[in-house]
Design a protein around this ligand. Structure first.
Ligand code: HEC
Ligand code: HEC
Ligand code: HEC
Ligand code: HEC
Length: 147
C-alpha cells in the first residue's frame, strides 16, 4: 500500500476513535432509555411545580369578582394574567399574597396605542392623552371595564 494512503487510513482511524470517545463522554447516561431523547428529562419535568393554577380555582372563593369579569369585556382574560401565578396563594391565601397591578402603564401593556396591534382585536388608547388626570381604574373597573 502506498505510504500516503496508509497515512490517510491512520488519520481516519485516529479521528474515528476520537469521535467515539467524545461521543461517549458527551451523551447523558439516560439517553435512549425510552426513545431518542434524555430519559431523565421526563423526571425533571414531572418535578416542576405548576405555578399557574387556572381561573376556575380562583372562582371558588372570589366568585363575585368572577361573575363581574364574566359579564364584561375582560371575560376572556385569566385572573393570573394580571395577578401572576396563583399556586402559593391557593395553598395559603393570607400568606401567598398576589400582586395587585397598579398604574396606567399596566393597562397600557395591552391597551396602549401601537400600530403593530390590530385595533379591531383590542381597543387602544393613547396613554399620554386619554384622561391623563387619573388612574384607569377610577373609571374602568379592571374586572369589568364598562361596569
Ligand atoms: C381558598 C380560597 C381562595 C382561592 C382559591 C383564591 N383566593 Fe384570592 N384571596 C383569598 C383570601 C381569603 C384573600 C384575602 C382577602 C382579604 O385580605 O380581604 C384573597 C386575596 C386575594 C387578592 C388580594 C391581594 C392579596 O393577595 O391579598 C387577590 C388579587 C386574589 N386573592 C386573587 C386570587 C386569584 C387570581 C386566585 C386564583 C389563582 C385566587 N385569588 C384564589 C382566598 C382565595
Ligand atoms: C385585566 C387585569 C385583571 C384581571 C384579568 C383580574 N384582575 Fe383582579 N385586579 C386587577 C387590578 C388592576 C386590581 C386593583 C384594583 C384597584 O386598584 O382598585 C385588582 C384587584 C383585585 C382584588 C383586590 C380587591 C378588589 O376587588 O379590588 C382581588 C381580590 C382580585 N383582583 C381578584 C381577581 C380575580 C379572582 C380575578 C379573576 C376572576 C381577577 N382579579 C382578574 C386587575 C385584574
Ligand atoms: C392582558 C391584556 C389586557 C390587560 C392587561 C388589560 N386589558 Fe382591557 N381588554 C383586553 C381585551 C382582550 C379586551 C377585549 C377586546 C377589546 O379591546 O375590545 C379588553 C377590553 C377593555 C375595554 C373595553 C374596550 C372596548 O372595546 O370597549 C376597556 C375599557 C379596558 N379593556 C380597559 C382596561 C383597563 C383599565 C386595564 C387595566 C386595569 C386593562 N384593560 C388591562 C385586554 C387587556
Ligand atoms: C376619567 C375617566 C377615564 C379614565 C381615567 C380612563 N378612561 Fe378609558 N375611557 C373612558 C371613557 C368615558 C371612554 C369612552 C369614550 C372614549 O373612547 O373616550 C373610554 C374608553 C376607553 C377604551 C376604549 C377605546 C375605544 O377605542 O373603544 C379603552 C381601551 C380605555 N378607555 C382604556 C383606558 C386605559 C388603559 C386607561 C388608563 C391608562 C383609561 N382608559 C383611563 C374613561 C376613562
Amino acid at each position: 500500500m502506498p505510504k500516503h494512503i496508509r497515512r490517510l487510513l491512520l488519520l481516519f482511524a485516529v479521528l474515528i476513535t476520537l469521535f467515539i470517545i467524545v461521543r461517549q463522554v458527551l451523551i447523558p447516561d439516560s439517553f435512549g432509555q425510552f426513545g431518542h431523547y434524555r430519559g431523565l428529562a421526563l423526571e425533571e419535568n414531572k418535578a416542576h411545580v405548576a405555578r399557574y393554577v387556572g381561573t376556575d380555582i380562583c372562582a371558588e372563593c372570589h366568585w363575585e369578582t368572577m361573575e363581574l369579569k364574566t359579564a364584561d369585556m375582560h371575560a376572556e382574560i385569566s385572573c393570573e394574567t394580571c395577578h401572576g401565578p396563583g399556586w402559593k396563594h391557593i395553598e395559603e391565601p393570607e400568606q401567598g399574597q398576589l400582586t395587585i397591578p397598579e398604574g396606567r402603564e399596566f393597562c397600557g401593556t395591552c391597551h396602549s396605542r401601537n400600530p403593530a396591534r390590530s385595533a379591531s382585536l383590542i381597543a387602544q388608547v393613547n396613554l399620554s392623552d386619554h384622561n391623563i388626570e387619573t388612574n384607569c381604574s377610577e373609571c374602568h373597573n379592571p374586572h369589568a371595564p364598562w361596569n
